[in-house]
Design a protein around this ligand. Structure first.
Ligand SMILES: N[C@@H](CCC(=O)N[C@@H](CS)C(=O)NCC(=O)O)C(=O)O
Length: 235
């Protein structure tokens, strides 16, 4: 079966967490909206009035299934491709961790869009500055400290043991994204999160991920995605 990933064609965004899992699994997939006519196909899927229409991208078509919500898609892929443990408790734990990452992703988005997604960054710059200060003072240490503690206590190569899960892939993306968006702040902060930095490097070195990152399939970070580099926010 060839998966169909539906996501905005010009950004990594939330679709990237799914792309990383598909790539690590070496799964056959098409990034639908990046192909000719793909955007229209994506819109049609969201406008569907029957079945299980998604509210927003990313969503994945897997045979007859249409699955929305990033963490939900990963829950599905993880079980099918050995990117999650098999036991129920452990699977739920990995899902719980992914949902926590989803919360963090939303807060990262809100640093540049604190007042609303439909407004331009330029229309909310002052609020973005305040939000970013708070984010880096309170939230980054709290979220990363949580994952750093789990890595330290687990004492393994990956967050839940010796085997990689989709959560590890997502944490790679968080570190890479924070480095892109906030090089100055992250430069000073990284010494506090040696476990996450090590995890980032281990994921980046995995053969399928390494090949993906060097390929054209990996869209470059840019100022339309979740991780945006605005100098004023990285002072
Ligand atoms: N909780 C959802 C959020 C999905 C989401 O916000 N998607 C964005 C792109 S990253 C979007 O297109 N949203 C449109 C909207 O909210 O109206 C997930 O994690 O997948």
């Amino acid at each position: 079966m060839k998966y169909e990933l539906y996501y905005w064609p010009e950004i990594q965004g939330r679709g990237e967490y799914v792309r990383l899992a598909l790539e690590e699994a070496d799964a056959a997939y098409v990034d639908v909206a990046r192909a000719a006519g793909g955007m229209a196909a994506m819109m049609r899927m969201m406008e569907a009035s029957s079945g299980t229409p998604p509210f927003a991208p990313p969503f994945l078509k897997a045979g007859k299934l249409v699955i929305g919500q990033t963490a939900n898609i990963l829950f599905y892929l993880g079980g099918r491709h050995g990117l999650a443990p098999k036991a129920e408790g452990a699977r739920l734990w990995v899902h719980q961790l992914q949902l926590t990452i989803a919360d963090l992703v939303q807060e990262i988005h809100d640093t540049h869009h604190p007042l609303g997604s439909s407004l331009y960054y330029e229309d909310q710059k002052a609020a973005a500055k305040r939000r970013t200060e708070e984010f880096w003072k309170q939230r980054v240490p709290k979220f990363t400290g949580y994952f750093e503690g789990l890595l330290r206590d687990g004492g393994s190569a990956y967050l839940t043991g010796r085997r990689v899960t989709y959560v590890d892939l997502s944490l790679f993306q968080i570190v890479a994204g924070l480095r892109y968006a906030f090089p100055n702040r992250m430069g000073g902060f990284e010494r506090k999160i040696p476990g996450l930095v090590g995890l980032h490097d281990r994921v980046a070195a995995r053969p399928n991920i390494k090949a993906y990152l060097a390929s054209e399939r990996r869209i470059a970070f840019n100022e339309d995605g979740i991780f945006r580099h605005y100098k004023a926010l990285d002072a």
